[in-house]
Design a protein around this ligand. Structure first.
Ligand code: HEM
Length: 137
């Protein structure tokens, strides 16, 4: 492995923070779709890459991947913080997918602004809660 676990963990936290700043910038550009769309897609790509990184990190640290550990929290029980972190992180991915679908429709056909906006509001809450709780994982 090129990096040790402590370094990988630090990189994951840094990327999580960078993703949040990119999202904030993308949100500030929500009236300028040509900027807003690629910026939000970049944040999506960074967050997906981070999920893969956390998966690799968990495997090398605990011999079990993050997804496998998350599943066992639901089947065998875990702390409230774990439930909240896993639940909101999963909802973030759902929120990104819904944002791409509703955003593309809004761009192409000019419809579904309310759907895109409501999803955005829910997404912002889940992304922030996932971010804060990640520091206890
Ligand atoms: C999670 C990521 C995203 C969030 C939180 C978000 C949030 C928002 C918000 C709050 C608005 C303003 C809506 C309004 O006018 O009230 C907006 C507008 C828009 N978004 Fe997104 N968005 C996201 C991702 C995307 C993606 C991936 C696309 C397209 C691929 C997209 C396309 C658009 C378009 C076309 C508009 C309308 C811009 C305009 O002409 O005013 N968004 N977005």
């Amino acid at each position: 492995m090129m990096f040790d676990n402590a370094t990988l963990s630090l990189i994951a936290k840094a990327l999580n923070t960078v993703g949040l700043f990119i999202l904030a910038y993308g949100l500030s550009q929500r009236r300028r779709p040509r900027i807003h769309m690629p910026v939000m897609l970049t944040a999506f790509a960074i967050d997906v890459f981070n999920v893969i990184l956390v998966e690799v990190l968990a495997r090398s640290k605990e011999g079990k991947g993050a997804v496998e550990q998350a599943t066992s929290v639901f089947t065998e029980g875990g702390t409230t913080l774990q439930y909240v972190h896993i639940g909101t992180s999963f909802l973030c991915i759902v929120g990104y997918v819904v944002a791409v679908i509703t955003g593309t429709r809004l761009w192409r056909r000019g419809v579904g602004r309310t759907a895109h906006r409501v999803n955005a509001a829910a997404f912002i809450v889940t992304r922030l809660v996932s971010y804060v709780t990640s520091f206890w994982m």
